[in-house]
Write a protein that binds this ligand. Structure first.
Ligand code: NAD
Length: 413
């Protein structure tokens, strides 16, 4: 059974209906009993029955006994439905790092898989970070999260990957001063090869993978190559942070609630060549849905400053904080998995780095960010959006960068 069935929220709806029915039956049952006692089993015309007739009295007794049994069965069934969901095992690699530290409490609080879904956390890091990792585990225990059913903190990749349903790959080798791009790529290729093999062998069937560590799209591609039994639709990378940044910029510009802004798109690579596109984005207003371009009424801003602000937001945060984005990255990781597993709201899409099937003329075999909708644990690329010349050029440019990254990664194998 695919594990995503565990997440169907409709269960609780079913429980509510049955409990309501049960409540009705129980009320009816007591009403009948009281009526019987009060009337001293003489006048039951109120139920349309003449119980002076002995056979009618027998029928009533039979109905009551049947109702009682039926009530017991319903109660038993509703208890079964109320049985707590099986915990889902979530792996976070690089869990002692900045994003990891922000992410694990969010998962344990239900922000990733919902407020009724128990979780077991597997945290992986490398030997030099082991003490810090143990500290994170202590804090998770101290926080007494009701949904948290177990924590594993380890440097053993096999132990970390054992039976995981969801793998969030945050650990990676950062670019250090003076390092060539190829050297960083080579380090990450080697990490992602090893971790892919461990997931391939030890993760649960239908494990869903989200790669966050940079270069996120290409790390995800390497992972896909070395975990061939994990379906390609189950390997994705994070561009939801860029998507959320784009929503945030539009909401600031228009002074509207960010939740009213919908359907921006991040095309391509999680890098400064990404293309944040608002051509199909809308804002919910008191006069109905309006297009972002119409409301902003400043194409020059949308085609230049807006795009570069989103593309370079990571750098701006490093400059301000002296550290890279962690809180927003962790939150975006929760959004990504949440929507993938539980579905996107009707009429809304999100951006995810997914395996290209050639949609919108993007070379198949790249992990490229597309607009997607999700339903029952499956993402699907939104089709049929009109692409103008300006967008086409930007979408191809970021695809070209991914083609080059892929070639560089292949040369490191
Ligand atoms: N896709 C995105 O939107 C996005 C956003 C922000 C950051 N990032 C990337 O996410 C990654 C993590 O960022 P951070 O700020 O948490 O970095 P960080 O340096 O604070 O943490 C990285 C952690 O990974 C660990 N690590 C290194 N090699 C490992 C391995 N082989 N196995 C397991 N763990 C390993 C490190 O020990 C460290 O604890 C970086 O690559 C960063 O560039 C991506």
């Amino acid at each position: 059974m695919e594990f995503q069935f565990l997440f169907y929220e409709s269960n609780s709806e079913g429980v509510r209906v049955i409990l309501l029915y049960l409540h009705f039956l129980r009320t009816w049952f007591w009403y009948m009993m009281i009526a019987l006692l009060k009337s001293n089993v003489v006048n039951m015309e109120m139920f349309g029955l003449d119980i002076m007739d002995k056979t009618v009295l027998q029928k009533i007794v039979l109905v009551l006994v049947c109702t009682f049994l039926f009530w017991k069965i319903i109660r038993y069934m509703s208890d079964l439905l109320k049985v707590e969901k099986e915990p889902v095992t979530v792996l976070v690699t690089g869990a002692a790092g900045q994003i990891g530290y922000a992410l694990v409490p969010m998962i344990a609080r239900g922000m990733m898989l919902g407020p009724n879904q128990p979780v077991i956390l597997h945290m992986l890091d490398i030997e030099p970070a082991l003490e810090a990792l143990k500290g994170v585990k202590m804090e998770l225990i101290d926080a007494a999260f009701p949904l948290l059913r177990g924590v594993v903190a380890t440097t053993d990749v096999v132990e970390a990957c054992k039976d995981v349903n969801i793998a969030v790959m945050v650990g990676g080798f950062p670019r250090k001063e003076g390092m060539e791009r190829k050297d960083v790529m080579s380090k990450n290729v080697s990490i992602y090869k090893t971790q892919a093999s461990a997931l391939e062998e030890h993760a649960a069937a239908y494990c869903k993978v989200l790669v966050i560590a940079n270069p996120a799209n290409t790390n995800a591609l390497i992972l896909k190559e070395f975990a061939p039994s994990i379906p390609e639709k189950n390997i994705t990378c994070l561009t939801r942070l860029d998507h959320n940044r784009a929503l945030g910029q539009i909401s600031e510009k228009l002074n509207v609630d960010v939740s009213d802004v919908k359907n921006v798109i991040i095309w391509g690579n999680h890098s400064s060549t990404q293309y944040p596109d608002v051509n199909h984005a809308t804002v919910a207003t008191s006069n109905g849905k309006k297009h972002v371009r119409e409301l902003v009424a400043d194409d020059n801003w949308l085609n230049s400053e807006f795009i570069t602000t989103v593309q370079q937001r990571g750098g701006a945060i490093i400059k301000a904080r002296k550290l890279s984005s962690a809180l927003s990255a962790a939150s975006a990781a929760c959004d990504h998995i949440h929507d993938w597993v539980l579905g996107t709201p009707k009429g809304t899409w999100v951006s995810m780095g997914v395996y290209s099937d050639g949609s919108y003329g993007i070379q198949p075999g790249l992990i490229y960010s597309f607009p997607v909708t999700c339903d029952k644990g499956e993402w699907n690329i939104v089709q049929g959006l009109k692409i103008d010349e300006f967008s086409r050029e930007k979408m191809d440019k970021t695809a070209q960068e991914l083609i080059e990254e892929k070639a560089l990664a292949n040369s490191c194998l």
